[in-house]
Design a binder for this molecule. Sequence first.
Ligand SMILES: NC(=O)c1ccc[n+]([C@@H]2O[C@H](COP(=O)([O-])OP(=O)(O)OC[C@H]3O[C@@H](n4cnc5c(N)ncnc54)[C@H](O)[C@@H]3O)[C@@H](O)[C@H]2O)c1
Length: 280
Amino acid sequence: MAWRRTDRPVSKKRISDADLWRTDLMCPAMTQERFTGRKALVTGAASGIGRCTALRLAAEGADVWGVDVNAEALAAVEADAAELVGTLRTAAGDISTEAGVQAIVSGAVDALGGLDVVVNVAGVLSFGHAHETTLDEWNRLITINLTGTFLMCREALPHLLSAKGNIVNVASTAAHAGQPWALAYTASKGGVLAMTRELAVEYAKSGVRCNSVSPGAIDTPITASFHVPEGADPKLIQRVMPLGAFGTPEGIAAAIAFIASEEASHMNGADIRMDGATLS
Ligand SMILES: NC(=O)c1ccc[n+]([C@@H]2O[C@H](COP(=O)([O-])OP(=O)(O)OC[C@H]3O[C@@H](n4cnc5c(N)ncnc54)[C@H](O)[C@@H]3O)[C@@H](O)[C@H]2O)c1
């Protein structure tokens, strides 16, 4: 019920996933339209946290450019945004190559006329024993999660500098505490966290902010890839399980929207950990 406006009669009808983004059903905090007139680029927009972030920013008035390697799923996300006050347009894009990222950023700038916000959500995860991690698998995760985020930041920065915009990177609790069976993933997210702080310091005086959010276990398709490798110590399982319920991608999107908004103008180089106290 918290998502509904208080000046409307509350219907007993269950709020569908699509209805979550209807501004006439949203709570007052969401109808502030904090992003009216602002231009946002979101990677990983076809699914999970990226999808919810793209919809959330568009629901608050932004003109959003959402990219993902999964072009097919992007069409459905655009359709979900049809009734929002902002706009959401999408394009296929791959953050794993320099040319791919250059095409993503120039496509976004051409379509939107500039960039105020960049949210780096796209990422991949895999599980296995550290001593069995192949170089190919290490390179795949580091390339997408860390190098892809670096390239996105580098290519977007000239545009963000002229707009005094900001970057939100998605790290992970795996960047903060040892998480077994995810060596490359953990290293990539540790790098994202460190890179976020570096950028915040280097560009603070230029008016560009860079922050991150570190989700714990969130109910998205990526968590379906979780499995305990054969012969693993079962005592370690609790280190990758949430303390209570799984978090929601909508909750992470709400945190990202706050970080990217002017309300967080003094937040720079920070990380918001959203893990239901799992690491506390
Ligand atoms: N779900 C969790 O429990 C959790 C926890 C901590 C961190 N995260 C991070 O959140 C981010 C989003 O994950 P999610 O949970 O929404 O998973 P998800 O699988 O639902 O979404 C990830 C999206 O990234 C896209 N993607 C993958 N490789 C890409 C590439 N090369 N170029 C462009 N897009 C690409 C995928 O197609 C997918 O749509 C990831 O960076 C992930 O590491 C998730």
